[in-house]
Design a protein around this ligand. Structure first.
Ligand code: ARG
Length: 491
């Protein structure tokens, strides 16, 4: 067990169970690299502002270089103390004691969380874009693949498979835009906030913030150590992504059932049963659907933990961190799995076509035609077609056949005038391919509308890619500067 550099003369020994319960060492592993980087930047800032000597900065930096492999002692409260301990043990109290001058674990942890989250957000963004690109591959292949669109899970109108898949692409593009905006709020630096009230020393917060790749320091030190809205916002954005993936998973699960038989999920993402040899179970899709639930639970946990905390730092905040990391990892894995699954799906076009063949799906087209060609106001036309549908169901006849027989008497009864449709009009109305391509307005399901949508989606993805690249470059540039100072200090 390590000697506790914190308690020193102030407190008697902590009870082992209390220590184990409150220690964050395990979940702090996630921020080990960030905490080391912050310490490097901080002492370089102190040195450049003549607050510590060249000798100290050099010795501390040399010790920090080895800190990645330090032994993580669970009897210590957290990674911050563990690192300070390691440095002081490596180079002695005379040279190492100023490592925590003008900083606190409170500003340090808030900064490290933002830095680690930053990387997760960029990785999640990149994987979201990859998933969109994978979907677009399948969109392009399926411009002419028709299937029923559903409302209330009842067959509604014919659509193209492309338009259906595009609906996910555009949801995910909005998710990505939300992440970019979240990134911008997360990328402000709490360092220099100290425990809550900054410091009596003349430090340079802007310099420190720029060394760590942040856009700027946070404006208020109490806010800096108290606030976790940046990560709650991230959890909320991740929950939305996971919700979209969960819907997509749900559809893949439904569509791969014998009842639908629209799709086959690759064996790689399926399992079988320990007793029923015929089974092929869509377990990866089920896993993603369940992880969406966990992600939402992490969001609710974080909100509930912060909701009644007084300012500024309270140890309750530590409890949130593991929720954040679990949500980030689950989201990243789910997106990557979904991309692989989408690329390897086999669509069963014949089953889709079979499901679309019911002329009932074109009842709206018939009503539209009556309004457009015969100037029957839409609600009246809708009622007339409703009556035809009813008769067709009662007589167990195809809507098309029933229409031919019954439109004249029913229109006479409902509208007071007789309507008759010509054979070629009926052929046109009940042509499924034409029906899909008639829906040609902006955002429509026709192949032309889908082709336009593909270009728009691609443009959005390119813009997003550029933003991600810029953000990664900006972090790299700052770290390069930090490295240069490190080299200068160590000589
Ligand atoms: N382990 C803490 C966390 O993760 C770090 C800050 C602790 N600060 C304190 N004064 N006890 O939030």
């Amino acid at each position: 067990m390590k000697t506790d550099i914190l308690r020193g003369e102030r407190l008697k020994e902590a009870e082992k169970r209390a220590l184990e319960l409150t220690s964050s060492i395990e979940s702090d592993l996630e921020i080990l690299e960030e905490v080391i980087t912050i310490n490097k930047a901080h002492i370089i800032m102190l040195w450049k502002n003549n607050l510590i000597s060249k000798e100290e900065v050099k010795a501390i930096l040399i010790a920090l270089r080895k800190a990645k492999d330090m032994n993580l002692d669970k009897s210590l409260e957290d990674i911050h103390i563990c690192l300070e301990n390691f440095v002081i043990e490596s180079i002695g109290k005379d040279l190492g004691s100023n490592i925590n001058l003008a900083k606190s674990r409170n500003d340090q942890v808030a900064t490290a969380l933002r830095m680690r989250l930053r990387l997760y957000l960029l990785d999640i963004l990149s994987s979201t874009i990859n998933l969109c690109s994978a979907l677009l591959v399948r969109v392009k292949e399926n411009l002419d693949t028709l299937l029923p669109g559903y409302t209330h899970l009842q067959r509604a109108q014919p659509i193209s498979l492309s338009s259906h898949l595009l609906s996910y692409v555009f949801s995910l593009i909005r998710d990505a835009k939300r992440l970019i905006s979240c990134y911008e709020r997360a990328n402000e630096c709490p360092m220099g906030s100290g425990a809550l009230a900054t410091t009596t020393l003349p430090i340079d917060r802007k310099f420190l913030s720029s060394l760590l790749g942040f856009d700027k320091p946070l404006e208020n030190s109490i806010d800096g150590v108290s606030s976790r809205d940046f990560l709650i916002e991230a959890l909320s954005d991740l929950s939305l992504i996971m919700t979209h993936l969960s819907s997509l998973s749900e559809e893949l699960i439904l569509w791969s059932s014998k009842e639908f038989n629209f799709v086959e999920i690759d064996d790689k993402y399926s399992s079988t049963s320990s007793i029923m040899p015929q089974k092929k179970n869509p377990i990866v899709a089920e896993f993603i659907r369940a992880k969406a639930g966990s992600c939402i639970a992490h969001l609710i946990a974080a909100l509930t933990i912060v909701k009644a905390l007084p300012r500024s730092y309270n140890l309750d905040l530590q409890e949130i961190n593991q929720h954040l990391w679990s949500a980030c990892k689950d989201t990243l894995n789910s997106i990557e799995m979904m991309e692989a699954m989408i690329l390897s799906l086999k669509f069963n076009k014949d089953s889709m076509l079979e499901a679309i063949k019911d002329p009932m799906l074109l009842a709206t087209d018939l009503a539209d035609h009556l309004t457009l060609t015969y100037k029957i106001p839409f609600r009246r036309a809708h009622n007339l077609v409703g009556a035809l549908v009813r008769v067709s169901l009662e007589s167990k006849e195809d809507l098309r056949d029933s229409l031919k027989k019954n439109i004249a008497p029913i229109s006479q009864r409902l509208l007071g005038k007789e309507i008759k449709l010509r054979e070629e009009e009926i052929d046109k109305i009940f042509n499924f391919k034409e029906a899909v391509n008639r829906r040609n307005t902006l955002g429509g399901v026709s192949s032309k509308a889908c082709i336009e949508a593909i270009s728009k989606a691609k443009r959005s993805l390119e813009k997003l890619n550029l933003l991600i690249l810029k953000k990664r470059e900006s972090i790299e540039k700052s770290f390069k500067l930090l490295k240069d100072y490190e080299v200068e200090a160590i000589g």
